[in-house]
Design a protein around this ligand. Structure first.
Ligand SMILES: CC(C)=CCC/C(C)=C/CC/C(C)=C/CC/C(C)=C/COP(=O)(O)OP(=O)(O)O
Length: 412
């Protein structure tokens, strides 16, 4: 598929000026102005563990079996179906021994400069909003880092639709239009420069549209929901808004040709990292979200802990709260543990940035503990010195080669 850059609609106000990337997201012909929003998701299990190591959550949806019986399906099972599908779609390409793993460029006379400018813009946005991750991407091959930037930018723009200052203007119809525009991107008909970079990326790497659509679904969920009855509901939300990023990233990052891990297990680890990041993000931002009338915590678990929304709005750090938070942190750490199993299986150059972001994001949980679980008025963050210490550790971990035997099962 070639990218029809001639159709690209480049508007000066769609150019990142370094202070706010989403100068415009068009809804039809309308342009929403936007600026950097601190609570943006992008700058990345109650339930019990089964004998095969997966962590299943408790609440479920009722579905019909092929035989017509009614059975239940948890969000985790539904999401795992997506994981299996994604892994099946890209199995062959991901294990290519060819380092670049990209199709040859289709020269588009007169347009290569525009495309290169589009990627430059994506790089600026990523550098501005996700500094540490950006530095990590510089270690990847040029083709891969450009692709990661393009995906990052699309995710950020999508997130800004519901989390940015113009969120109150966003309707489900606007999200439908954003999804139509996504289809166009995948069909080689980008709307603007940043879309053009993504069009080029998806034509070069075996990236499937499903996780992108699912992320938009997460934004729809954010529009209609501000409470989550249980972890099963929250898990689905976390998949939509962050697990999807993991699934989008694997085809770009590539699996080490030496890896004997199954493609499914690597996708599963990527999903787990997205979920872990999002749960961490939620635990860090409890106070900030409450001030927007939102509680991204399982209501049933709050009730079991003797807590309610009122306690959260009042911002009381009580022993009940500490006990509740300890359990939430423990769950997020399990997802990080799950993710760790897959990082080593990624291609060599992709491992360092992923380790770095994993270690740094996980440290936020330590900081919440260090703040004595006051996530109402104190925002947990990792200090610069701690970040610097994490980088060589991440580098050392990235040197560990992939498993030489099949130690990861599809369900682990
Ligand atoms: C582990 C394997 C096999 C592959 C890695 C696959 C990847 C890259 C997964 C990461 C997914 C990811 C980055 C999800 C985003 C989740 C998230 C909560 C990001 C936080 O974004 P912001 O809200 O902007 O962050 P801050 O508010 O902390 O700046």
């Amino acid at each position: 598929m070639s990218v029809a850059l001639a159709q690209v609609n480049v508007s000066p106000c769609e150019v990142s000026n370094g202070t706010g990337f989403l100068e415009s997201v068009r809804e039809g012909n309308r342009i929403f102005g936007s600026s950097r929003h601190r609570n943006s998701r992008f700058s990345c299990l109650g339930g019990s563990r089964t004998k095969n190591g997966r962590i299943f959550s408790v609440r479920s949806a009722i579905v019909a079996t092929p035989g017509g019986e009614m059975t239940t399906m948890t969000s985790e099972q539904k999401v795992y179906d997506v994981v299996l599908k994604q892994a099946a779609l890209v199995k062959r390409q991901l294990r290519s021994t060819d380092e670049l793993e990209v199709k040859p460029d289709i020269p588009i006379p007169g347009n290569l400069d525009l495309l290169s400018e589009a990627y430059d813009r994506c790089s600026e946005v990523c550098a501005e909003y996700a500094k540490t991750f950006y530095l990590g991407t510089l270690l990847m091959t040029p083709e891969r880092r450009k692709a990661i930037w393009a995906i990052y930018v699309w995710c950020r723009r999508t997130d800004e639709l519901v989390d940015g200052p113009n969120a109150s203007h966003i309707t489900p119809q606007a999200l439908d239009r954003w999804e139509d525009r996504l289809e166009d991107v995948f069909n080689g008909r980008p709307f603007d420069m940043l879309d053009a970079a993504l069009s080029d990326t998806v034509s070069n790497f075996p990236v499937d549209i499903q996780p992108f659509r699912d992320m938009i679904e997460g934004m729809r969920m954010d529009l209609r929901k501000s409470r989550y009855r249980n972890f099963d509901e929250l898990y689905l939300y976390c998949y939509y808004v962050a697990g999807t990023v993991g699934l989008m990233s694997v085809p770009i990052m590539g699996i080490d040709p030496e890896s004997k891990a199954t493609t499914e297990s690597v996708y599963n680890a990527a999903l787990a990292l997205g979920i872990a990041n999002q749960l961490t993000n939620i635990l860090r931002d409890v106070g900030e979200d409450a001030r927007r009338g939102r509680v991204y915590l399982p209501q049933d678990e709050l009730a079991q802990a003797g807590l309610s929304d009122e306690d959260i709005f009042a911002g009381r750090v009580t022993d009940k709260w500490r006990i509740f938070m300890k359990k939430q942190i423990q769950r997020a750490r399990k997802f990080f543990d799950e993710a760790e199993k897959g990082v080593t299986e990624l291609s060599g150059a992709s491992r360092w940035p992923v380790w770095a972001s994993l270690l740094l994001y996980r440290k936020i949980l330590d900081e919440i503990e260090a703040n004595d679980y006051n996530n109402f008025t104190r925002r947990a963050y990792v200090s610069k010195p701690k970040k610097f210490i994490a980088l060589p550790i991440a580098y050392a971990k990235s040197l560990v080669p992939p498993t030489s035997t099949r130690t990861l099962s599809p369900l682990s």
